[in-house]
Design a protein around this ligand. Structure first.
Ligand code: FES
Length: 264
């Protein structure tokens, strides 16, 4: 088999990045064995490998391991979380150990360890959002869904997470759905948002695309595969641009970096 996994599960090094089979009997046979070992159906694995090859090709030779983060997003776009099969696949294709892949996947909070819902709802309860009512928003959504943090509804529609700052403090308290912003929420507006998602209705973020893509769709975007929606909806809001406007009105500019040549 082309994977470097041994029978007892230890991962070896030196795996080449396999290409999508061209149809030769030997390649198809290898793919079937690899797919079975990793837990993916051959067709799914072929598509994953084509995408993985495209991701890895974005990085300079010798720095292929930098592809791990977008590869983990790609795994989430297929499995809904960083699955054991996905960890094994990333490890194999990047000649890493599964422990190394898991270490990255568990460090970054965007990577899920359990299947996320079609709509992953994150409520920020960090300092600024908390003082602006984030805890009340969280409690209202948790009460409405009956979910705790990192839990998913039985029908797979909603998963819930307490978030540690969405980098949108100027719009506190903030809720995110599949990483799209819903600014200045109240307990009532957040519950209404979740109710709309539960009814299968499209919802419009305060900033970003006109409707919220599914969790898996946005994960594919985060893997670097454009969805053609980058120009939809408003981008930066007025509170975020306030400092820029003030600087321009006062004629303030950032200090220039001085080189040794300049200081002579
Ligand atoms: S504290 Fe909530 S977005 Fe920063």
């Amino acid at each position: 088999m082309s994977t470097t996994e041994t029978a007892n599960g230890a991962a070896g090094a030196g795996a080449a990045v396999p290409q999508v089979p061209a149809g030769a009997d030997g390649q198809e046979a290898d793919l079937a064995v690899t797919a079975s070992a990793l837990g993916y159906a051959p067709g799914v694995l072929a598509r994953l490998d084509a995408d993985i090859a495209e991701i890895i090709a974005r990085y300079p030779v010798g720095h292929e391991r930098s592809a791990l983060i977008p590869m983990l997003h790609l795994i989430q776009s297929v499995d809904g979380y960083v699955s054991p099969a996905g960890i094994a696949l990333c490890a194999d294709r990047l000649a890493l150990t599964r422990s190394e892949v898991s270490a990255v996947a568990t460090f970054y909070s965007q990577f899920r360890r359990h299947p996320a819902g079609r709509y992953h709802v994150g409520v920020c309860t960090n300092a600024l959002c908390a003082v602006m009512g984030g805890d009340e928003v969280w409690q209202a959504v948790a009460d409405h869904t009956g979910l705790g943090s990192d839990e998913t509804s039985e029908d797979g529609t909603i998963s819930l997470e307490r978030l540690e700052c969405n980098a949108a403090c100027d719009y506190a308290p903030v809720v995110m759905v599949n990483w799209e912003f819903f600014d200045r929420q109240t307990p009532a507006s957040a519950v209404a948002l979740v109710e709309a998602l539960e009814r299968g209705e499209d919802v419009t973020p305060t900033r970003g695309p006109e409707t919220v893509p599914t969790f898996r769709e946005n994960e594919r975007l985060l893997a670097g595969f454009e969805d053609g929606r980058a120009q939809e909806g408003p981008g930066a809001g007025q509170p975020s641009l306030q400092g820029l406007g003030l600087a321009r009105s006062q004629g303030w500019t950032a200090p220039r970096e001085t080189s040794e040549e300049d200081s002579k």
